[in-house]
Design a protein around this ligand. Structure first.
Ligand code: NZQ
Ligand code: ZN
Length: 388
């Protein structure tokens, strides 16, 4: 195990009806707020009305900015920054999913910053020294942004999807009511599931040894996600299963499962090029990239992949060679993805090979990505090919 620091200061307020506390929580930080939301699901579900009521009860002045798109765009972030500066906003309340949270985080960091907000996402990025405080009412378990110090934004100029992060943009509180996720379709639900599992894989597949506790926590989280997804797909309003998944989404990404280890994040970077160019949901891209990445890198640490196959995918390792166990594990994972309705190949979502070289170049240039195996441009190209 490596030395580590673990810091996860977001107050998680979890359970039924917890959104009714949004007014009192918000009042601790601000009186004039930006309410930031997505394409309208919060209005259709009635959540918007409940949030406004709770804010009004506390006498909070609300300026609204809706319209965040999945794979959130820099253009709207800039609009939000102008609004926050012009109206002296003292708090940002995000109601929505990872895209809206990330858009809100970028506005929070960009408002007090003297330069251009895209600097934070560029090479040689400055540190985020300060940000407007921000809180979240989460409506989809997936990205884990409600507990992470990270944000991912797409610049329409050149379609660059890039991450950035820092402690000042962490959410002060995240209200998580699993009932708010009942309105997610089966497809939206499993896209989120793919991202949750991917966040665990990125941390699980590490070359650091003697990490039994954290490995077993990760395996328990993966098995919980696998089992409860099946229950949700039988009944989209299964509160208990929705609650397990919602909490798993935060556990997967609050860095507990990275303690003492090194995260990989190569697959995320490889995926970001897909969602930047083709505007596909992040979770769909990950369901396609991860099996390919696994097939490409497993020889770097076969013992880890045997453990994954046996403990997570219940492959019986007796009397089989390592290679067969590993490949059966990956195959069972792919079968599971197909069973729950996720694509596992680029061809499943009509993406061909014409832009592989461009994406590999944008992904790593002359550098590398990933830690489990450092991947250069040629490696990334091969992984896209395996994903075809
Ligand atoms: O926009 P609305 O109308 O609200 O609809 C959304 C959107 O279309 C809908 N939705 C959300 N909650 C709903 C609902 N529909 C019905 N009922 C509800 N309760 O779901 C759609 C997807 O929303 P989005 O916010 O895009 O989903 P997600 O949470 O998966 O976020 C994806 C983004 O997060 C980034 C991804 O790259 C992607 O841009 N990530 C952020 C990370 C972070 N900040 O730490 C880490 C992740 O690895 C990830 O990269
Ligand atoms: Zn992700």
């Amino acid at each position: 195990m490596k030395n580590f620091e673990f810091y996860c200061p977001t107050r998680v307020i979890f359970g039924k009806n917890t959104e009714s506390q949004v007014g009192t929580e918000t009042k601790k930080y601000g009186k004039k707020i930006l309410l930031h939301y997505g394409g309208g699901s919060i209005k259709r579900t009635g959540l918007y009305d409940r949030v406004i009521k709770s804010l009004r009860q506390e006498g909070i002045e609300v300026i609204e900015l809706g319209g965040v798109m999945p794979n959130p765009r820099l253009g709207l972030v800039r609009e939000g920054i102008d609004t926050c500066r012009g109206k002296n906003i003292d708090f940002i309340l995000v109601v929505g999913g990872g895209s809206t949270v990330d858009s809100g985080k970028a506005i929070a960091a960009g408002t007090p910053y003297k330069g251009d907000v895209w600097d934070f996402f560029s090479n040689g990025a400055p540190e985020i020294e300060t940000a407007i405080p921000l809180g979240v009412v989460l409506t989809i378990p997936a990205a884990g942004s409600e507990v992470s110090p990270d944000m991912v934004v797409t610049n329409e100029e050149g379609w660059l999807k890039r991450p950035a992060g820092g402690d000042p943009i962490r959410s002060r509180f995240s209200i998580m009511n699993p009932e708010l996720t009942f309105t997610l379709s089966a497809h939206q639900t499993v896209i989120g599931i793919s991202d949750i599992l991917a966040h665990i894989y990125e941390r699980y597949f590490s070359q650091v040894s003697n990490t039994e506790l954290v490995d077993r926590l990760a395996e328990a989280t993966m098995k919980t996600v696998i089992n409860n997804t099946r229950l949700i797909l039988k009944d989209l309003r299964d509160y208990d299963a929705r609650a397990e998944i919602m909490w798993a989404g935060s556990i997967a990404h609050n860095n507990l499962l990275a303690t003492g280890k090194e995260g990989d994040w190569g697959s995320h970077n490889i995926e970001h090029e897909l969602s930047a160019i083709y505007d596909i949901p992040h979770g769909e891209g990950l369901a396609i990239v991860f099996p390919a990445w696994m097939k490409y890198v497993y020889r770097e640490n076969k013992a880890k992949f045997v453990q994954f196959a046996e403990r997570v995918w219940n492959i019986d390792g007796d009397s089989k060679d390592e290679e067969s166990i590993i490949l059966e594990g990956i195959a069972r994972m792919e079968e599971y993805y197909k069973e729950i309705g996720l694509p596992v190949r680029l061809s499943d979502i009509d993406i061909g090979e014409d832009r592989f070289a461009e994406m590999a170049e944008k992904c790593v240039g002359d550098s590398t990505t990933g830690v489990f195996k450092k991947l250069d441009k040629d490696d990334v190209f091969e992984i896209y090919k395996l994903a075809l």
